[in-house]
Design a protein around this ligand. Sequence first.
Ligand SMILES: [Zn+2]
Length: 624
Amino acid sequence: MFNIIRIGFIKQFLIILTCLSFQTAVAQSFVITPDTIMVNGKVVTADNDDPEAVTIAEAIAIRDGKIIAVGSNAEIRNMAVQGTEVIDVNSRTVIPGLIDTHTHLYETSLGFPWAADVDPQLLNILLVAKSEDEAVSLAEAAIKARAREVGPGKWIKVRMNPSNIAHAVFGSRITRRVLDEWAPNNKVMIRTRASVVTSSNGINEFEEYFGREIPDVYWVNGAEGKELGWSRQYVDFPRSAAIDLIMENQMERYSEVYKSVLQVNAQNGITTHGTHAQSKNGYTVALMLDRKGEMPIRWAWSLGWAHIFTDTPEAFYENYHDEAGYGSDFLWNVGMNPVSMDGGAIAMCTTINARQDVKERERCTADATEVGILRIRALKAAIKNGLNIAGHHIAGDKALDYYQDAIEQSGLSLEKIRSLNLQSDHCHQVRPDQVERAARLGQTFSCDASEEVATVIARDYGEEYLGRYAPYATMLKNGIKPMISEFGSQQSVRNSPFEYGYIFLTRRSLDGKLAMGVPEEAIPDRMTMLLMMTRWASPSIYRGDVLGSIEPGKYADITVLDNDVIDAPLEELPYIKPIMTMVQGKIVFEDPQLRGNTLRFNTETAIWEKDIAQEFQNSSLWRW
Ligand SMILES: [Zn+2]
């Protein structure tokens, strides 16, 4: 159905240069010549919002980083002049560069093993406990061993799973004082999803760096929680510890790590990533790379550190400009990000009646007596001041209610609200009435496929609620153009950027074992999936005019695939790999199989293993 090759049309720019003289009026017509052409492709242009009307072409002409023509091989070859570089893609599928609207590369760059070469303090020690007793004894052994290894004054960062066991001991058997005892000369932080405990030295360092006491709202039960070193703000602490505290004096080296991870994403066909920066130095490294012209891919960023360790968010948002859309070609602002409305996965905030222990671990921002209220205040202040909200984490349906209430209570006109490009990211529980409300508010959705989330929904809330997990069909029916996010490489290297697309098409996990939502809410076809990862993502990052499709006038952000994303057998989809990625006319990744060139960060030779404390070397309990 989509396979119609329309030969004989050509879209290109003509410049008519008119020269006037006293004697005669002569009009001359010049065709701009391409510096690069790409031929012999199945070019899926994504040039139409209607998946059935998308043009399939054969070739592309590029000049100065922009697409100047799209058409048949003969038409585009005819445009070539001496010196035009010809890239013959040999019948492969060519798509617009992929746009991942929600990822955390500034942060997860430090989770890649080779980052620990920059500073061993970045190492996240992962502990997996089977019982509460084991959680405490493992943590003690690991922290003491690590303290001996890294020496005094250094950070020790531990992540404990599963979170229900960690939750049971954090703030009771693992507290600030206990951490002080285990490693009196170190800064220690242990965390799980939606909970973190920090030692006294760690807390002191935060307060010194930020120049203020961490407000009471940050701690569980205020001063009492501070005494225990216990907070539910499980992302503010580790993010700012890793990037703002540990990396503060080695930003050049950090920027190299960040760059390598941007390159890994380029290798996955991604040409733009969008996300908040929840750490000012996380943003600073991007500035450093962009100033040097070294960003391999683009970053549409939202400001997410304004609130960290303050209790006066309004003061900031009321004095901030609406910068959405402004910046360079590779780094631009897309709005504000008060970061999260709930905890996600086991800490998502829902209206569902569930077991008491399930309800107790829900982190409902507006219900909380802690920093959650600050988040709502920040969100309202930002919207009231006409600032876009981008990359905002909203997992559960109750969190989405809070968000949509805040939008409607902002006092802005519906017209102004609709112009803001408001988004809601994650979509782990979205009710049909909320989809309708979103359509009215001009709000869109950016959803990710998580086995953890699907498991939590089915096990703890009931299988009937899987129907609300990223309800794409309902969104499409309401005229919303939703997006897929987090399909790039965060802390591991993915097989393919289409893993999540495959999951949302089939509504099964990659191994087929787990129901990931319901078939009724599946993405209807692969062309729609591709639009969600390209064209439909571009307006929400304020670049609908120059990114998201292969059309004359747009930037030449182009990905060449090793298989046909539209027509290959469906089971091959989650293994389709990019073999060339071009950003603004520049090849940022090229696999040897295309032309024998190699432009890549070599993940095969990068270091994936680290020395770990001797006593844990043969244990599966310590791993990356
Ligand atoms: Zn996120």
